[in-house]
Design a protein around this ligand. Sequence first.
Ligand SMILES: Cc1cc2nc3c(=O)[nH]c(=O)nc-3n(C[C@H](O)[C@H](O)[C@H](O)COP(=O)(O)OP(=O)(O)OC[C@H]3O[C@@H](n4cnc5c(N)ncnc54)[C@H](O)[C@@H]3O)c2cc1C
Length: 221
Amino acid sequence: MTGQYYRAKLRAAGIPYRERCAVTSITQSAQGFTLETAKGPVHATRVRLAAGGWLQPVAQILGVELPVQARINTVSVTERMPPIMSHVIGHATGLLTMKQKANGTVLVGGGWQGRGTPQTGRGDVTAESLLPNLALAQFAVPALGDARVLRSWTGFEANVPDFYPLAGALPGVPHAFVLGCVRGGYTIGPYISKLMGDFILGREPEMPLFDPGRDFEKALT
Ligand SMILES: Cc1cc2nc3c(=O)[nH]c(=O)nc-3n(C[C@H](O)[C@H](O)[C@H](O)COP(=O)(O)OP(=O)(O)OC[C@H]3O[C@@H](n4cnc5c(N)ncnc54)[C@H](O)[C@@H]3O)c2cc1C
């Protein structure tokens, strides 16, 4: 739904965009950047890398090593249920997040790990992760025992060793920026994007950002 919303906004504003179109190379010259894609080149005076779990190979295109790793989170969705929860539910000592959507389906997650890497495409759901995830959900909300699971899937979420975001200038590449590893998902995304927009346009963001060139090992000690 977020994608559809932004697609409509971009269209209405007459801003060109390309979907399902990987950037395969980036070159920088005095005129700016040229990004090669299967649908032809794109020219830009500035670039912002926001490639999620794929940030490491994308930054490598510009010769920068970012210590980005990807977690493979598992999520399941149930069939429609009568109202059984009105808040997001977590568990104090277990890996669990749950929420019921307006259509009655319940989303169950919490960071249980599937199998795979961003480089090899879609990850796989594993029974070793899925079964305890669903058991914990049913333990927390017994009414879920009546629900059938419709679908389970995995997705990639990026992080760096100190688990803080990467939000700022790409080290050593003038006019290139990076935004990723935010880990707060949609909750933080819109606000940190606003801060990044200010930073890229040379305005002082109202909150400090997270320098992608910081010493990650030092931050851990
Ligand atoms: C299973 C799962 C459930 C989640 N549930 C929630 C939730 O309920 N609430 C919440 O707030 N957050 C949730 N999150 C977290 C949230 O989805 C992420 O934090 C958020 O999507 C990260 O946004 P991003 O733009 O940094 O990266 P992504 O959304 O991963 O976007 C990166 C994009 O870069 C593209 N890309 C990669 N390589 C290239 C290339 N070479 N050229 C061009 N494009 C490229 C990818 O195709 C992708 O579209 C969940 C994450 C997962 C995995």
